[in-house]
Write a protein that binds this ligand. Sequence first.
Ligand code: ATP
Ligand code: MG
Length: 744
Amino acid sequence: MALEDLNEQQLEAVKQIEGPLLILAGAGSGKTSTMTNRIAYMISQGIAPYNILAVTFTNKAAKEMRDRVETLIGARRGMWIMTFHAMCLRILRSHAEEAGYKSDFVVYDTSDQKTLVKGIMKEKGISDREFPVNSILASISRQKEKGRTPDKVDYSQYHDTRSKAVAEVYTEYQKRLIKNNAMDFDDLLLNTVLLFKGHPDALKEYQDRFQYIMVDEYQDTNRLQYQMISMMAAQHHNLCVVGDDDQCIYEWRGADIRNILDFEKDFRDAKVIKLEQNYRSKGNILAAAHSVISHNKGRKKKELWTQADDGEKITYFRTESDRDEAEHIASLIESMVSKGREYSDFAILYRTNAQSRIMEERFQREGIPYRVLSGMRYYDRKEIKDAIAYMRLIVNPSDDLSLVRVINEPKRGIGAKTIDKLSAYAAIRGQSLLEGLSDPDGELLASLGTKARSGVSDMINVIKYIRNNKDQMSVEDVYSTLLENTGYLKALEDAQTIEAEARIDNLMEFKSVIAEYEESVDTPTVEEFMSTMTLSAEQDNYDENQPTVTMMTLHSAKGLEFPVVFMPGMEDGLFPGSRAFDSEQDMEQERRLCYVGMTRAKELLFLSSAEVRTRYGRTEYTRESQFLREVDKTLLKGDAVYESRSNGTGAGGNVGVSTGDFDGYSSGKAYRPFDSLSYAKRETRAHKVGASGSGEKFKPGDKVSHQKFGQGLVIEDTGSIVTVAFDSVGIKKLAKGIAVIKKI
Ligand code: ATP
Ligand code: MG
C-alpha cells in the first residue's frame, strides 16, 4: 500500500512525525499499515533508519513490517523493528555486566522455568499439589511485572501459606537464574528498566539514538514496557503509539489498559488521531462485532464504518455435541473448498488450547490439511529439547539446567542420585556443573564410577572443543557435531525402533530451522540463534502461504486477518470463561477477546456451540454464550438445530438468541452442506455408541481394525492410549475414545 492509497486520517498520522501521537482506532482500520507507511515516510524525509525504533507485538509482525518497509523503501539498515523482548535482549546483551549478568546469558522458556521451580519446591518441601507450579510461576511473574525483585518482597507482610511459599520460591528461583546466568521473559523487561534506572549512561545511549519511537498494539503493554518506552522517549518526545482499547486482552499478563486511556494525560501535548474506516471486514461482521463490544462500559467510543457491502449474515449453529461441532465445521470447509476457496482462507479461533484436539482429530479423518499454532509445539519434543540443551551449553557453560537434562542422554550411567550428589559438590565449590566436571582431577569426576566417568569426560570434551572453535563453525556445524560426537544420534540409530527413527527425522528437520536462520542474517552466531529461538511466539509460526486451515487461540490471532473465521465453543463457562461471571472486569476482557476474534474475519464469520461438551474428562450440558445473546439478532442467521433446542429442554433451557431468521438454511442459498438437524441427531447417537465401545480393553496381540489404517495388531493398551502395529502404516499410538478401533 502506497502513500496515495491512504485515507485522510491515515495520511495525517503518517505525516505527523514530531511530538507525541496516539493513533486510536478500531480493528482493521489500518493502524499497522499506517505505522508501516509512517516509517517509510520518515525515511523519505531524510530521517536515518538508525534513529527509528518500532516495537511490535510478535516477531512475525516485526518481520512483516520489516518486509513491508523494505518493499516500500528498499534497504533498512540499522533500523530496529522488533518485539519488546527482542529489543530488551539486544540492549541487555550490550550492557550485560551493568545489569549484573555475563554477556552470554541465556533466556529460559516456560518449560525451563517450570523445571527450575519444580526443583526448588521439592527441595523446600512445598507441595505442588497444594500450590501448582504454574500458579506459583504466574505469581512470580506478576511480581516481576510490578517491578518487584525478590528483595522488595517483604516476607513478614504475608500471613497466608501461599504468599509465603511464593516469596520463598521467588527468592530462590531468582538466585538460581542468576547463578545459571539465565533470565526468564519477565527478566528481560525488568532488567532493562532496572538498567535504565541504575545506569543513566546506558539510557542516554538509546535516548540519543532513538529519536523516533513507535509502538503497535499499545493497549497490551504492561507497566514495565510503558516505563521503558517513556524513559527512552523522554529526550525527543517523538513517540507514536498505536492501539485500540477494545482489543486489550492481556490484562492477566499485566497489560494495563490505563496506558492507552491515559496517554493524553501522560503526554500533555499529545495529538490524537482516530481512524474510523474499516478496510478488513464486510458490513455485517463489523456491525456484529460492534454490537458485542458496545456492552463494555469503560471504553472510548469509536464508530467504525466500511465501504464494503454487508456481505453474508453471521452464521450461528448449535450442534448436539462438540464432536458434531467439529464435524460440521469440517463439512462446511470441505463444501466451501469444493466451491473454490483455498484451505488457507480458513481460521478456527478458540478460547482454550484444549479445544483443538477434537478438531484435529476430525480434520485428520477427513484429510483436511491444517496447522495448529501452538508455539513451542515442535520445540517441545524431547529430542529437540535435548539438542537445544546441548547447544545452550555451548553458549552458556553456567547453565546447570541444560547439563542436567543431557548428562544422561545418551545413557552414561548417571542417575538422579548421582546428579544430586554432583550438584551438591559443585554448589559447595561455587562452580557450575560443567565447570566442576571439566576438571579432570576434580572431585566431581572422581566421584563417578569408571564407565560414567569416561562417558561424561567425553561429553565435556566435545562441548569444550566446540566452545573453543565455535567462531569458525557454522551454526549447523555446531549442531551436527554435537549430535554426532556426543553419541546422541548413534544411540537413536542403534535403538532401531520406529520411535527412534521419528526422533532422528525430527532432529534432521531441525536443520532446516537452522538453515532458515543462517540465511536470514548477515553474521549468524550460535548465541543469536539460541536467543531468537527462545523468543519466538505462537503467531510466529503462522505462514499465510501454507495451503492449510489455521487453528489457534483467540489470543494469538491478534493483528491477523482471514477470509473465513470459525469461532467454536461459544458457551458460558468456556467463552466467556467461568471466572468472568464473578468479575465485571474479567467479563469485559473476555468481551474484548470476542471482539478481537470476530474482527479477524474479512468475508464470513461462523459462531457455534455444542449442547454437550467434554472438558477435563467430564461431559456436561452447556449454555450458549452470553456474547451470542449480545450480537444484534438481525445480523445472525441461525440453524434449525439451534432453534429446536433453545425452545426445548436440553441445554440451558430458553437461553439465547432467537434469530427468527433462517434465510440461509431455509432457502438453501447459503453454505449448506447437509441438513443439520437430522445430521446432528444421527451422528450423535452413532458417537455415543462409539464412545462406549471405545472403553473396550485390548490385550497385546489382539487383532483390530481401524477405519482409516485398516487391520493391525495391538502392542499395548494403557487405558487411554492404544499402540497398534498396522499392516499398512506401521506403528501408531491412538487415543481411545477418539479413534474407533474394533476387535476382529
Ligand atoms: P488490527 O486492529 O486488527 O491490528 P489494524 O488497524 O492494524 O488492525 P491493518 O491490519 O493495518 O489494520 O489493516 C487491515 C486491512 O486493511 C489490511 O488488509 C490492510 O491492507 C487494509 N487497509 C488499511 N488501510 C487501507 C487503505 N487506506 N486502503 C485500502 N486498504 C487498507
Ligand atoms: Mg494491527
